[in-house]
Design a protein around this ligand. Structure first.
Ligand code: PLP
Length: 231
């Protein structure tokens, strides 16, 4: 690769620029992936990631990009025919909805204007109207890269609680992780999803899903989908 004109910078929503220090650290031969230092490193990484998420439960790696995290979160918490509410503040929120529908989940959406964060008042009203508690989950994106709109996650949590609704709260922090504050435990986020190639400035290829230590998520068995959220 010629650097005669400087380094190329990829101008798409992600992956972000990988620092030279990280690129240099990858210049080594393939490690033993079954035993030894790589396995020890993995445990340390999971625990470090939990510190960034302020997660007191578990972190799980998926070999895939953010889409794999989306799929894992849906497949391991919901069943075909379940109904969820999606707060959409841009294209990535819409993408997660499309994936959920593809998995047979019924999705009702609350759309917000370009660059406007999701409003807790509308969320609370929608949940209060759901007197039979048909919504099994509320899904939202912390920062939707397509609009840069950043949602107030604790305010949305408060709206769910104020409505007295038992829906799971699932948050895509794929673009915002390690950039925006995240207090998964204190904000009672039930499922948090991120990926390696954005705020962490490492190569794409890892999705990370966080769940609390005592999940409110029913164990699923015998379903399709990628992996099991429980470890
Ligand atoms: C907020 C958000 N969610 C999801 C995705 C999809 O992630 P991936 O491209 O790693 O599948 C992106 C990608 O840019 C994103 O910015």
């Amino acid at each position: 690769m010629s650097l005669a004109f400087g380094r190329d910078h990829l101008a798409i929503p992600g992956p972000s620029v990988i620092p030279d220090r990280v690129l240099r650290a990858m210049h080594r031969s393939a490690p033993n992936i079954y035993a030894g230092p790589l396995v020890d490193l993995t445990a340390g990484l999971l625990s470090d990631l939990k510190k960034i998420a302020r997660c007191e439960g578990h972190a799980v790696f998926y070999i895939g990009n953010g889409h794999a995290g989306w799929e894992a979160s849906l497949c391991n918490t919901l069943s075909r025919g379940d109904r969820i509410l999606a707060l959409v503040t841009g294209r990535f929120g819409r993408g997660w909805v499309q994936m959920a529908r593809g998995l047979g989940i019924e999705v009702e959406t609350l759309e917000f204007a370009e660059a406007e964060p999701a409003g807790p008042t509308r969320l609370q009203a929608a949940l209060q109207a759901d007197t039979k508690h048909a919504f099994k989950a509320v899904i939202t994106v912390q920062t939707d890269t397509s609009t840069s709109s950043t949602n107030d996650i604790p305010a949305l949590r408060q709206a769910i609680d104020a409505a007295g609704h038992p829906a799971l709260f699932m948050v895509d922090a794929i673009a915002s992780f390690a950039c925006e504050p995240m207090q998964m435990h204190d904000w009672s986020v039930d499922v948090l999803i991120t990926a390696s190639q954005k705020g962490m400035m490492t190569p794409p290829g890892l999705a990370i899903v966080f769940i609390p230590s005592i999940p409110r998520i029913p164990r699923r068995s015998g379903r399709g989908g990628i992996g099991v959220l429980y470890i």
